[in-house]
Ligand binder design. Sequence first.
Ligand SMILES: Cc1cc2nc3c(=O)[nH]c(=O)nc-3n(C[C@H](O)[C@H](O)[C@H](O)COP(=O)(O)OP(=O)(O)OC[C@H]3O[C@@H](n4cnc5c(N)ncnc54)[C@H](O)[C@@H]3O)c2cc1C
Length: 378
Amino acid sequence: MNFKLTEEQKMAQDTARKFVNKEIVPVAAEYDEREELPVEILNRLIETGLSNLGIPEEYGGPGVDAVTSCIIVEEIARGCAAIATSSTCNSLAAYPIILRGSEDQKQHYLRRLAEEGQYASFCLTEPGAGSDVGNISTTARRDGDYYIINGTKRFITNASIANFLTVFATVDKSRGHKSLSAFIVERDTPGVTISKKEKKMGLRASPTCEVIFEDVKVPATNLIGKVGDGFYLAMETMDKARPTTGAMAVGLAQGAFEAAIKYTQERVQFGKPIFAQQAVQIILADMAMEIEAARLLVYKACFHMDHDLPFTKFSAMCKCYGADVAMKVTTDAVQLFGGYGYTREYPVEKYMRDAKIMQIYEGTNQIQRIVIAREAAK
Ligand SMILES: Cc1cc2nc3c(=O)[nH]c(=O)nc-3n(C[C@H](O)[C@H](O)[C@H](O)COP(=O)(O)OP(=O)(O)OC[C@H]3O[C@@H](n4cnc5c(N)ncnc54)[C@H](O)[C@@H]3O)c2cc1C
């Protein structure tokens, strides 16, 4: 076992850290306040090789291993979890194509993301089907060489900037989850509407939208894999994507921790910095320990992915544990800042608001625990 990062991984971490400190940290609060996505920062992340991390080199992507990918995502989330969420969205949308797409689909769509600076969204969740993925109601009806898609998707990250969408739909609702199928849908196809943009507690710079499909005609060649593959494809996609969420949770917890370490050494009460109080040090020590444990779980899941070992359990564990740690650490960070932590003058209230989503998206932490228990029982 070796805990040392390789030279390439250290370089990727260094590049990401410098990028984040220069380009993201100074503007994160401003974009959060304006609830606006800094698309130019996303574009620069792509140009610098810090985005599209899941896309293999043969299709124009950076082709980095899972560990490197999570090291980079951790750094971005340390600066801003909203920007990290939006910049990792392309990989999430690309995974179904990477996992089951035809060679033509891979060459065409993955290259558009990696080489043409385009964006894609992953459309699974619906108003009536979040955790219960098998119950989705968006329909895909075969019509000659086309499928006609009808339905509504909810909470879709980056839909407002996406050039194409990977969409999960049922071809026959009576067959339950076995009828789910995945399709690539161009954003500008007639009948696709990006409607409501959510007003959110956190992650405000990352757009989350409703997408409506009304008689959307999609070529049958845009089916990803086989009819009926969709449910397992969605599960496999989540398995691959969850360590990224774990890494994001670690990154934002790390950001809050660093802010707390600095503040407690500066803030004087009872004639000395509050850091001098052992009760304060104990909180900081717990934060440091839990962040490190969460980071190691992310690395473990990634190690399994990189070595073709089973990773479903570790993937769920690192997402779930990382998200819980992020919530606890950011709440403690606000506590250590006292009243100032509750104001928008300091960054910790944003870290705390952003942390909450980590326990909800990519499958809630209750769902992760179900996955972990099932895997453990095998
Ligand atoms: C900011 C944001 C971005 C998102 N981005 C995307 C995206 O890009 N693409 C996409 O497809 N989706 C996206 N989502 C959707 C997200 O993945 C879902 O919100 C999430 O999976 C939960 O679904 P739900 O909201 O319908 O909650 P529900 O499934 O209704 O769950 C409500 C509560 O019930 C609990 N619960 C449900 N079933 C069980 C069970 N069997 N056992 C125990 N507890 C249970 C849940 O844990 C939760 O606490 C995003 C959501 C947000 C808020």
